[in-house]
Design a protein around this ligand. Structure first.
Ligand SMILES: C[S@@+](CC[C@H](N)C(=O)[O-])C[C@H]1O[C@@H](n2cnc3c(N)ncnc32)[C@H](O)[C@@H]1O
Ligand code: SF4
Length: 269
């Protein structure tokens, strides 16, 4: 397969999760590939010239092989990043994050009441404890916050929180109507005016906190993202699933094997 990939890709190690965010752009779909298959995909990506593997999901930390996969990517000369809800941080993972010099983004959506409501379970205390552990271990850890309609106040809260904890970067993600978010857009969706207003507030916050906190606006709707899906598809993801482009399937994936089998049955002789 001849695919032009960018230097950084989002690598979904699983589509399972230990949370249930009402807006999840990549909700559980049953794909939880084995470690060996994921390693083969990493080999293939490195051979295609990908330099940075951004581990995500689903929730990547619930894949038992994640520490091994981080090391595998590093052995293929790839830089590693991880986005996590921070609910679990087992010791082997913390140690792998240190040794691979991973950059971690931990999703924190507001104060305890708001975060737990968004995530669908008690998660705030775990996420904030694990953020402190990452920082104390010297791991480069940033905060990422999805902002939904009616909760624009979280910008001030989370910026203050980052300053108090010594976090150096905060990414603000306006809600987009993908995945579960397609269903919940009437509740969470930002109007065009709210989006513009929020963006302007982020710009002002960035300016006000320059040198102390790197505040960024990260809008998945305006930046198509190359995603390696847990089922092996290579997808260019946009604001909604209807706008996505499936670019291909990684060689050796179960999906590809199934397609080959179907083709073989469909074209006998
Ligand atoms: C899909 S999650 C996967 C990684 C991990 N489970 C987590 O929540 O951090 C990656 C990021 O996308 C954000 N996100 C999920 N659904 C979203 C949506 N509909 N709009 C904007 N951001 C969203 C999450 O808050 C998280 O920061
Ligand atoms: S946004 Fe992340 S933590 Fe929330 S349900 Fe989706 S994968 Fe899980």
């Amino acid at each position: 397969m001849d695919l032009r990939l960018p230097s950084t890709v989002c690598f979904r190690v699983t589509r399972y999760c230990n949370a249930r965010c009402g807006f999840c752009l990549a909700p559980p779909d049953g794909a939880h590939p084995a470690a060996d298959l994921l390693k083969q995909r990493l080999d293939w990506l490195a051979a295609q010239g990908v330099h940075t593997i951004h581990f995500c999901g689903g929730e990547p930390t619930i894949h038992p092989a994640l520490p091994e996969l981080l090391g595998h990517a590093q052995a293929r000369h790839c830089a590693v990043r991880l986005t996590t809800n921070g609910i679990v941080l087992p010791d082997p993972l913390l140690s792998a994050l240190r040794t691979t010099q991973a950059q971690v983004k931990l999703s924190l959506h507001g104060d305890r009441a708001h975060h737990d409501t968004i995530v669908g379970r008690p998660a705030f205390d775990l996420a904030t404890r694990h953020l402190r552990e990452l920082l104390a271990a010297g791991v480069s850890a940033h905060v990422q916050t999805t902002v939904v309609a009616g909760a624009e106040w979280v910008l001030d809260w989370v910026a203050d929180y980052c300053l108090a904890q010594g976090v150096r970067r905060l990414s603000i993600l306006p809600f987009i109507p993908r995945g579960s978010g397609y269903r919940t857009q009437t509740e969470y969706g930002l109007t065009a005016a709210q989006r513009i207003h929020l963006r302007e507030r982020v710009r002002r916050k960035r300016h006000a906190l320059q040198g102390r906190l790197d505040v960024r606006w990260l809008d998945f709707a305006s930046q198509p993202l190359h995603v390696i899906e847990a089922d092996g598809r290579v997808v260019l993801e946009r604001a909604s699933e209807a706008m996505d482009t499936v670019l291909g399937v990684i060689p050796g994936s179960t999906l590809e094997r199934k397609r080959v089998a179907v083709r073989a049955v469909a074209t006998p002789g």
